[in-house]
Design a protein around this ligand. Structure first.
Ligand SMILES: *[C@@H]1O[C@H](CO)[C@@H](O)[C@H](O)[C@H]1NC(C)=O
Ligand SMILES: *[C@@H]1O[C@H](CO)[C@@H](O)[C@H](O)[C@H]1NC(C)=O
Ligand SMILES: *[C@@H]1O[C@H](CO)[C@@H](O)[C@H](O)[C@H]1NC(C)=O
Length: 400
């Protein structure tokens, strides 16, 4: 009676779940003074390390680049430029990648120029800068011993909209984690490196540095404590939809606003209709524990009285912000999600006036607010999730 049992076992084996495929990278950085979180990637032949700003608000990955013909106008403070060779520059305008990149760009889709059919030119405008470049094709090392050729941008002209002398030096480029076929994660999925287009980041809070980023089918999501909302594409960004904002239960502004999650933004931005009453109410609440001071870092700062952490009293919680989405989905923000320590006893408000940067109609949740939180962008199931977590870095791990 052995053989039928063995036959049954052999039939069952292929049905056992396959192990998850994902890559987890350590992040370096902080909200203040660096203003960004970067992941180190080895790119090119021979491989060179580049620190890329992780940006869920951008579809395209690009490097600060020295182009053989167009030269380079880099962002301030860039130390390392990528230098493509002739073979890397052969991503043609009629290439499907170029077509989908251009389809993703807002505004009128430019035609392929007759003069330069052999290059894919793009220009992208972000909240605080513009970048201009051409697509290239080169090797990227994903984890130990695993290299892939992917398409990304050679950004040869970056311009800041409001350059400031206290600007920290720029990263070596940007890791585009937004949606779209040209996205880093979408390409890895198309190459069969990972099976799922899922991204997650955990940005370390102010007393730590770093955190981690994962891409793919990460099998260590907390089984409880994640809040999930349906992913609503809002223009170019990941969004859980519209929400109203409340401070200690009190609604700040009558109308709901679209909320987008953008790891490329250092701070959180709310339109002036929300900003003005929010700052007034926060000043009243924080004034009970902190003294207002002026500091060059940000517009609204306070100094701690004494040595006690003023907001750690769990019995009398105050200064709690909540974003309330449809279907009773709530995002809770503690003072550590909006107060940024800039010196020993001084913390500043990490929420800024969006109207100052042309953002009048939406709330942008930036790094300041996503600290010590695991945020997951699940493009497979069309959902976005978050959970409170102590974020610390670790070595690159991969299960592929
Ligand atoms: C990129 O390079 C690889 C390997 O040389 C090649 O197979 C692929 O077609 C190229 N992709 C594009 C979009 O040029
Ligand atoms: C990113 O790609 C998506 C899907 O193709 C598109 O809707 C969106 O406009 C693109 N965003 C940017 C910034 O190009
Ligand atoms: C927010 O920015 C807008 C545009 O610059 C400005 O008109 C408004 O006064 C600002 N609001 C506050 C409260 O600073």
């Amino acid at each position: 009676m052995w053989s039928p049992i063995i036959g049954l076992l052999l039939l069952l084996l292929p049905l056992a779940p396959s192990s998850a495929s994902y890559i987890k990278y350590p992040l370096e950085g902080n909200v203040y003074p660096t203003g960004r979180f970067v992941v180190r990637m080895n790119i090119g032949e021979p491989l060179q390390p580049y620190d890329l700003d992780i940006d869920t608000g951008s579809n395209v990955t690009w490097l600060e680049c020295q182009h053989p013909v167009y030269g380079s106008h880099g962002s301030p403070g860039v130390k390392r430029f990528y230098k493509p060779g002739p073979a890397n520059l052969r991503v043609y305008c009629k290439d499907p990648f170029c077509a989908s990149l251009r389809a993703d760009l807002p505004g009128r889709r430019p035609r392929c120029p007759r003069k330069d059919p052999h290059e894919c030119h793009y220009k992208i405008e972000y909240v605080d800068m513009t970048t201009e470049g051409v697509l290239v094709n080169d090797t990227i090392s994903l984890s130990e011993g695993r290299n892939e050729v992917i398409v990304f941008g050679c950004g040869y002209d970056q311009r800041l909209k409001n350059p400031s002398p206290t600007q920290p030096p720029a990263a070596d480029g940007l890791l585009g984690l937004g949606m779209g076929k040209v996205g880093f994660v979408a390409q890895l999925k198309a190459h069969g490196v990972i099976t799922k287009d899922v991204i997650g980041h955990c940005l370390g809070g102010s007393r730590k540095r770093g955190g981690y980023l994962f891409i793919g089918d990460y099998d260590k999501l907390p089984s409880t404590g994640m809040t999930w909302a349906p992913l609503k594409k809002y223009g170019l960004h990941y969004s859980p939809g519209q929400a109203t904002l409340h401070l200690d239960g009190q609604q700040i502004y009558a109308n709901g606003m679209n909320v987008v999650f953008d790891s490329g933004a250092t701070y959180t931005y709310v339109p002036t209709q929300i900003y003005k009453p929010l700052v007034a109410k926060l000043k009243a609440i924080l004034g009970n524990a902190l003294d207002p001071v002026r500091h060059h870092a940000l517009p609204n700062c306070w100094m701690r009285r004494g040595t006690v952490e003023p907001f750690d009293d769990v019995n009398r919680p105050s200064g709690i912000l909540t974003l309330r989405f449809d279907n009773n989905i709530v995002m809770t923000l503690l003072p550590k999600n909006y107060l940024i320590p800039v010196e020993n006893n001084i913390a500043c408000l990490g929420i800024l006036n969006g109207s100052d940067v042309g953002q009048n109609h939406r709330i942008i949740i930036g790094d300041a607010t996503m600290q010590d939180m695991l945020v997951v962008y699940d493009n497979e199931q069309g959902r976005i999730g978050w959970a409170s977590e102590q974020c610390t870095g670790s070595a690159t791990t991969s299960r592929l």
